[in-house]
Design a protein around this ligand. Sequence first.
Ligand code: F6P
Length: 462
Amino acid sequence: MASSFGAAQVLVASNRGPVSYAVADDGSLRSRRGGGGLVSGLSAIGPESGALWVCSALSDGDREAVRRGVGEDGVRMLDIPADVHADAYNGIANSVLWFVHHMLYQTPLEPVFDAEFRRQWASYETYNRAFAEALAEEAAEGAAVLVQDYHLTLVPGMLRELRPDLRIGHFSHTPWAPPEYFAMLPDDIARQVLRGMLGADRLGFLTRRWADAFTACCERFAGGLGDTRIGVHGLGADADFLRARSHEADVDERMAALREEIGEGRRTIVRVDRTELSKNIVRGLLAYRQLLDDRPEWRERVVHVAFAYPSRQDLAVYRDYTAEVQRLAEEINERYGTPGWRPVVLHVKDDFARSLAAYRLADVALVNPIRDGMNLVAKEVPVVSDAGCALVLSREAGAHEELGEDAITVNPYDVVQTAEALHEALSMRPEDRTERGKRLAAAATALPPARWFLDQLEALRG
Ligand code: F6P
């Protein structure tokens, strides 16, 4: 009898896939490949490994590609209806689960779990079920499935019911909320999320802190972990890729342009973020303003290079946050700027080559998130910076567990302390900076993406 199972031996599932499509003016489809840890991790197992990446269509171009049967080998894009996807992605994943895990609510007014929330939750279930069914269909007997992130918390439990033979893993790229904050979710929803996750054989987190928070939530709301194992895999920077890519010609061009904007002989405080509400860009600017007030000797001698790239622009609160970043940067430039010195150089248009150029020029890297799963920028800048940079790092970033010893640690809410940390970083003796920079780069690259991925796969199969 022919097996009704699929052929894939290793499956990855995530909301955003490795490729996206756009319909060009002539009606043809243009594809674009993305980057990131998962893309390079998966490439480590090679094209002959029988791997399949299941992801969602995110745009009209993606949906058109699915309908025309256009696709890449090794990728299956799910044509989830746009309204269902919007409820699941914007409504639940980004506006509820993201906020809970990053503890971002302004609680006097939000969240409100009303009938509209329940309607969106039903879409989140539908969206998770579409993934579970596709994975069940594609997986070979006993295959390993690696499910990613808060978008897909229900998939492990749903998939376990459909295919008890599979090895199911789930990895969280975000923090996990402590039980007191997680308790904000309606009781049945909290239980459903935890039980969905506990459908996995093994759950991966970026740091011990987030793994412990998850365990504590399970003890309080789900009667413990049961048979599910927990692992910590601290994704590191991809040193080989970054070092090679940051010396290509387009990066050199961007460096020349940035040097013009910065001006001769000035120090740089660099930050590069996707403008997520957790990144704390506004308080970073407030701290820089404080530095210029408290330590006027830095005026004219330093520039804050801040790249704040758009993210999740369907959400008004993200658009408003970007507008506030722009407003404050302008205010600082108007108040302190002189004819030859622009204190803040802000760019909001995504440009990877320019980010690498800024990394290379960085004297100080400012990474001050309110809360962050890892924060790869904290790991990338020390690897790429030409002269070795000083790192001002929030104690609430996952990366702090690995880099804290050689960084200057800040409480992300304390702008006076952050200003003082910037001063300390700018004043660091060159030999200290070089030594610390080397140790930061070594710690940052301890677990490259390929090893990070393979470790999870081996642990799941073991
Ligand atoms: O910032 C990290 C993160 O939250 C990851 O957990 C996730 O993979 C990614 O962002 C999702 O971003 P987007 O909403 O742009 O797909």
